[in-house]
Design a protein around this ligand. Structure first.
Ligand code: DX5
Ligand code: ZN
Length: 224
């Protein structure tokens, strides 16, 4: 049985940008569409900004999970909540006041997420878990799709999971980078419940089947 707490969020970074409307139409079986915003400063790659995100929002069959890989998150993140994204995740490394920013995002009506790069610890978040709706543990260096899953992030994720459960927190634990049918079980075993997959979904001949395969593998491996 697949628990309803498993979420599969395909990343449009692996989609054909010129046919975005058709591409998001292929992932109606997903929970959220993951939208990677990159500014060529926080990461060495550039995607798009609020105008494109708003167009994706207008055509997507599922709600938006925006992942901001941009500097000066305090200044820019609220705009993505204002345009109607269901969740907005900023990087801990890029925010001056993560708790105030998360409160602001919630006030606007979005789920507030915070992401950490592979070298960043999560211990500092333990006392403020309730300020966030989701925590994203990156399983690659942010910036590009198609990289290899970093299994060395699993102990950090498992500690975060156990700490969150111990404190009675309902925070969602997300992983992003290198998630495929061969890696998703490891992340689920370590406690992730929300899975971003770019190439594994948009690179598949049948994205709906790929989403269900990932969902079922994660469901059987999930750490409770
Ligand atoms: C990487 C992005 C990811 C990326 C994942 O910086 O945040 O969302 O699209 O791509 P895959 O699943 O191909 O590793
Ligand atoms: Zn992402």
């Amino acid at each position: 049985m697949v628990p309803d707490s498993i979420r599969i969020n395909p990343s449009v970074l692996a989609a054909d940008f010129v046919n975005m409307q058709a591409e998001v139409g292929r992932i109606a079986a997903a929970d959220f569409v993951h939208v990677d915003v990159m500014d060529n400063h926080f990461v060495p790659n550039l995607t798009f900004g609020p105008q494109m995100v708003e167009r994706i929002q207008a055509t997507s069959p599922v709600p938006l999970d925006v992942h901001l890989m941009i500097t000066d998150a305090d200044r820019w993140a609220p705009g993505y909540a204002e345009l109607g994204a269901a969740s907005v995740t900023f990087h801990l490394e890029a925010a001056t006041d993560p708790v105030s920013l998360a409160r602001r995002l919630r006030q606007i009506g979005a789920r507030a997420g915070v992401a950490v790069k592979p070298a960043t610890g999560v211990e500092g978040l333990y006392d403020v878990l309730d300020e966030f709706d989701q925590i994203l543990v990156m399983t690659v260096e942010p910036g590009f799709g198609g990289q290899s899953f970093m299994a060395d992030q699993m102990p950090k994720l498992a500690r975060l999971h156990d700490e969150a459960r111990r404190r009675g927190s309902q925070v969602w634990l997300q992983v992003d980078g290198g998630i495929s049918e061969s890696t998703i079980a490891q992340a689920a075993e370590a406690g992730a419940d929300t899975f971003v997959a770019g190439s594994a979904v948009f690179g598949a001949d049948d994205p709906a089947r790929a989403i269900e395969a990932l969902r079922s593998l994660a469901g059987s491996a999930h750490r409770h």
